[in-house]
Write a protein that binds this ligand. Structure first.
Ligand code: ATP
Length: 433
């Protein structure tokens, strides 16, 4: 984990937030490579679960919502962590994490447990006195329920269908830790899938298969994944059933995504609290009802962390060590590096021109500094799946070599065939070329 955190900082994937001021606990910044990785991941998710399906639509709602939303959702009453303080070292712990934390290290006596609401408060309005107190949303899904009617009437969706949303959520975590696994500001990718009550188990099972497959399709090794079924006694107040996909991080198994059957809880609650009827009229049944909701709820940051952990490898090649990030080509921040074998004899100019031309098809990187072998290693370390080398033969017959990151095999191909070759393997959407 230490090696990975250091690579992330050194190469520009992830930085500590506000580090020049000493840092902010639980907040992270995605650097130049990290932002591309995360964008690719989110695009992959959006394409898979929204655009390529005919039973899903999207939403991008505001982070700040009416304070009553959080009363209706149960967050004001229920969104609590139980805290204990160490009387000796004054450190604060989540009671349900005490075992994993193996603490307090000082062996001090613990205080009585007490509840702590994890929502971050803020004030909307121009003055301290008249401002309205509300919260930064602790999950993205509530706006999906609140906007349910608007989505239904503005589109032609018919049950069964789902609404997806990705965006920032905030939780005042007691102990943010394990790099970006548990932070105070993070991104979620959530789906609320509405169906008839008698079909809720069917849809639960279908979503279970779909989300599992997605992790495999973004390149996560299956042996690093498992399901965890929440026992009935520990289910959240809204849930009829919850199972989590867990990933085996270097620090142990951790939740990547939850899949919950929320029943009709949320739409019923918001109807009561707002006084607006959020029930659904089923034209086929000629009947009005509150649909059941199946919720696959994933964290973008935790998935990025799983992708980083899964991709990291060290190898010895011809007695030389190489660090390699084996990102799935569709997620890799840079798809291809364009490298002149040497700077002289016009090779740099040819490579530079190709790089500019190919930029519009996929993310590229130009590098002419140092021996070619070292440039390949630099690209391996940031997970670039292809290195395209412009050499003397390029001048003669308009061909280049394309080196593949994992196998290190090189194939020679005409310059004109390169874009289609790269796109075929790196594009998130199918390409027709
Ligand atoms: P945990 O038990 O780890 O605190 P949770 O069960 O409270 O998580 P959910 O409310 O189900 O999490 O949120 C859905 C997803 O959002 C989680 O599976 C996770 O990927 C992500 N998530 C939740 N809290 C955080 C956090 N503090 N930092 C990063 N991601 C988070």
């Amino acid at each position: 984990m230490e090696k990975l955190v250091s690579l992330c900082k050194r190469k520009g994937f992830i930085f500590q937030s506000s580090s020049i001021y000493g840092g902010v606990n639980g907040c992270w910044d995605f650097g130049p490579l990290g932002v591309e990785l995360k964008r690719n991941l989110k695009e992959h998710w959006w394409y898979r679960f929204v655009l390529s399906r005919d039973d899903m639509v999207g939403l991008d709602a505001s982070i700040l919502m009416h304070p009553r939303v959080w009363e209706a959702s149960g967050h004001i009453e229920q969104f609590h962590d139980i805290l204990v303080d160490c009387k000796e070292c004054k450190k604060r712990f989540r009671e349900d994490h005490l075992e994993q934390d193996s603490c307090p290290e000082c062996g001090g006596e613990l205080s009585e447990p007490r509840a702590f609401n994890s929502m971050l408060k803020t004030k909307m309005g121009v003055s301290e006195e008249t401002g309205v107190e509300t919260y930064l949303r602790p999950e993205t899904c509530q706006s999906i329920f609140v906007d349910f009617k608007d989505v239904c009437t503005s589109t032609r969706v018919k049950i069964p269908f789902g609404i997806a949303q990705m965006g920032k959520s905030f939780r005042n975590e007691v102990n943010p830790r394990n790099f970006i696994f548990r932070s105070r500001e993070f991104e979620q990718m959530e789906i609320e899938f509405f169906c008839r009550e008698e079909e809720e188990e069917l849809w639960f099972d279908r979503w279970k298969d779909d989300i599992w497959q997605w992790y495999l399709d973004i390149g996560i090794r299956e042996e690093k994944l498992r399901w965890f079924e929440h026992p009935k006694e520990t289910l959240a107040h809204y849930s009829k059933r919850t199972i989590d996909v867990e990933y085996e991080y270097p620090f142990g198994w951790g939740e990547l995504q939850g899949l919950a059957n929320r029943g009709a809880y949320d739409l019923t609650q918001h109807s009561q609290f707002s006084g607006k009827d959020l029930s659904y009229f089923d034209a086929d049944l000629k009947e009005r009802y509150f649909p059941s909701v199946i919720e696959p709820s994933a964290g973008a940051d935790r998935t990025v962390l799983a992708v980083l952990c899964d991709a990291y490898a060290e190898e010895t090649v011809k007695e030389e060590q190489r660090v390699i990030m084996r990102f799935h080509p569709q997620l890799a921040p840079i798809k291809a590096a364009i490298l002149p074998l040497v700077k002289k004899d016009g090779l740099a100019e040819i490579a530079g021109d190709l790089e500019k031309k190919w930029r519009s098809f996929f993310t590229t990187y130009y590098d002419q500094a140092g021996a070619i072998g070292r440039r390949y290693r630099r690209m391996d370390e940031i997970g670039t799946p292809f290195c395209i080398c412009v050499d003397y033969e390029t001048k003669e017959n308009d061909t280049v070599t394309v080196r593949e990151r994992d196998s290190m095999e090189q194939v020679r191909m005409p310059v004109s065939e390169v874009p289609a070759y790269i796109l075929k393997q790196c594009s998130i959407r199918p390409v027709c070329c």
